[in-house]
Structures are given as C-alpha cells and as structure tokens.
Ligand binder design. Structure first.
Ligand code: 5GP
Length: 239
C-alpha cells in the first residue's frame, strides 16, 4: 500500500515534510523554490524539486548499499520520497575536499585549491542566527549532542560518506568540491543520515571543464540551473 500524506509537519525553504498513517514514516515533498544567502535571494525553477528528489533517492540507495544508515525508504513519485522519522540534530555537517564558498571568502584560500586533507566543519542549523560556525564545545553547551563521542561518530560517518560519494562522482566525471549533510536520531536512538543529497547542498564541478553543476548557478546568477541538475541525473542514470 502506498503511504498517504496526512498532516503537514513542517514546511522549509525547499521541502514540505508530511506525516503519514504510520507514525514512524514521513513523506518529503520537494519544492521548486530556491533560496540563497539565508533566504535573501529567492526564485522558482520548474522541475528542480523533481530533479532533487530523484538525485537524492539514487544517492541514498547507493549509500544504503554501502552500509551507511540513512532515513531513506523509497521514492514515491516525481516529487515525493518516503523516509523514516528522525529527531533532527541541529548541526549542518560541512565536508570540503576543494576550497570554495565560505571557506574561500572567510580564510582567503583561492577557490579551486585542493585541500591537503578533507575538512569537516559544523554549522549551527539556525536561520535566525545565520547558521554560525560551531566548535565541539559549542555543540555541547547548546546540547546539540549528548556527549563528545557523538561528534566523533558524526565526523567519522561524514568522512566515510565523503569517500563513497567521491568514488561515485568520479565515475560520473564530476568533482565533489564540498557538501552539507544532516543527521538525526531514529526511534531506536541510532544516529542516521537524513535530509536530502542533491545539488542544492553539494558543490559539483565537471571534471574536465570545472563548470559548476550545482546551486552556485543560482547563487552566482549563472543561469541554467535545471539543465545542470538534469545533466547530473542523466550521468547518474547512465552510470
Ligand atoms: P558554504 O559554507 O561554502 O556556503 O557551503 C559549503 C557547502 O555546504 C556547499 O556545498 C553548500 O551547498 C552547503 N551548505 C552550507 N550551508 C547550507 C545551507 O544552509 N543550505 C544548503 N542547501 N546547503 C548548504
């Protein structure tokens, strides 16, 4: 039986999250809206929600096969995904292989510089405060996790996911520059990967031309966002 949306639980910038008849299962509905710079820049891009939903489903399936615990259950249709309910850990886990974005802006490392090792950073998932940077002590003071070992586990999982995704994208002739992950706690208190895995939260560059295939097309007003996301999905499907 296909689960049905019952009650709207939450509406974010890119997704609506719905409850279902099963208390342990939720449905994410991917929207066409685009926001950047903490909601200051807004737009709509027809088809973006469906592309992100399908790309996310492919990546969650791939990671599940590799043994990474995630919230993903199944793709329902173009814009809906079924997943487990999880209590969100309010940390945005940023993984970087190549300098870009805020790392380049804040520390003056030129965009495109290969980092000597994979950098894992934590941002506070808090729009009102503009997602500020966190260190481990901030995470504990804010009770975002229960003990330091959970931060070590999250960093360990983020690096492991990065290795799998780098391998995945290398086959597609794409460079995985950086990305944002979110984690949550399932009903058994296990920490699992949640949210979405799409070019809205990944920087992906064509390996040959360094052309941007991600949300920077919107952030930097380059145009052609849906075309770039469709090309990413196309490469995944032909893998
Ligand atoms: P930066 O800190 O350079 O802006 O972002 C680093 C990476 O994390 C980029 O791939 C970016 O897409 C992702 N990221 C960071 N914060 C957010 C956020 O609040 N929302 C989304 N969708 N992605 C984010």
């Amino acid at each position: 039986m296909t689960p049905k949306k019952t009650k709207l639980l939450y509406e974010g910038k890119a997704k609506k999250i719905w409850e279902t008849e099963d208390p342990d299962l939720l449905i994410s509905e991917f929207k066409d809206s685009l926001t950047a710079f903490n909601g200051e820049k807004k737009s709509e891009e027809a088809g973006k929600g469906a592309l992100n939903n399908k790309i996310s489903a492919e990546l969650f399936e791939y990671l599940n096969e590799k043994g990474i615990p995630t919230h993903f259950v199944k793709l329902l249709d173009d814009t809906h995904m079924l997943h487990k309910r999880a209590e969100v850990i309010k940390i945005e886990v940023i993984v970087r292989n190549i300098a870009a974005g805020s790392l380049s802006r804040n520390l003056g490392i030129p965009e495109g510089t290969e980092l000597p090792f994979t950098l894992v950073e934590f941002d506070y998932k808090n729009d009102e405060l503009g997602d500020p940077k966190l260190n481990d002590q901030h995470c504990l003071i804010l009770n975002l996790v229960r003990e330091p070992a959970e931060l070590d586990y999250i960093r360990y999982m983020a690096r492991k996911i990065n290795r799998f995704l780098q391998e995945f994208y290398r086959e597609l002739d794409l460079k995985l520059v950086d990305f944002k992950l979110e984690f949550g706690r399932d009903k058994n208190d296990n920490i699992i990967l949640i949210d979405e895995l799409s070019p809205d939260n990944f920087r992906l560059w064509d390996a040959q031309t360094n052309e941007k295939m991600d949300k920077d097309r919107f952030r930097q007003g380059l145009g052609g966002l849906a075309e770039a996301y469709a090309e990413v999905l196309n490469r995944i499907k032909n893998r």
